[in-house]
Design a protein around this ligand. Structure first.
Ligand code: SF4
Ligand code: SF4
Length: 140
């Protein structure tokens, strides 16, 4: 069975220098799509990845990452559109690079397609009504 999953990894300074992506590809035969990568001034890192591959490879990779000291979270519902707060101003649909947020025509109402979201968080800053929210789930 093939798995495709967006995840966020937080890792301590000791792990920042390690070739995590290389190991995921070589040792676990996964395809890795880097959505975002950040290192803060304290040298702690945050990687947002989309991993795809066999279920066994995926599970083994997650086990290995946890043993290496990385915190793993599911990104599935990280970006959430609060429809009740939305004033339909359309600002997010202009800025969204992936087309996850768009305008339905001819009604000109905003719609959100979670599957297309690459979690860039631009809409969080652009939304005057704070109708775009983040929600990070534990991987369990
Ligand atoms: S996080 Fe980025 S890709 Fe996702 S809906 Fe917001 S602007 Fe679009
Ligand atoms: S920017 Fe915010 S208020 Fe405006 S359409 Fe998008 S979600 Fe709604």
């Amino acid at each position: 069975m093939v798995i495709k999953q967006k995840l966020v990894f937080r890792f301590p300074p000791a792990v920042v220098e390690q070739p995590i992506i290389y190991r995921l590809v070589k040792d676990f035969d996964l395809m890795v799509n880097i959505l975002r990568a950040e290192i803060n001034p304290k040298k702690e890192g945050r990687l947002m990845l989309e991993l795809s591959g066999s279920e066994s490879g995926y599970r083994a990779a997650i086990d290995w990452l946890c043993k290496e000291g990385l915190q793993v979270m599911n990104l599935k519902q990280q970006i959430f559109w609060n429809e009740e707060r939305c004033t339909q101003c359309g600002a997010c649909s202009v800025i969204c690079p992936s087309g996850a947020l768009g305008l339905k025509r001819p009604e000109m109402t905003v719609h959100f397609e979670e599957d297309k979201c690459i979690v860039c968080e631009l809409c969080l800053r652009a939304c005057p009504a704070r109708a775009m929210e983040t929600l990070i789930e534990d991987n369990g």
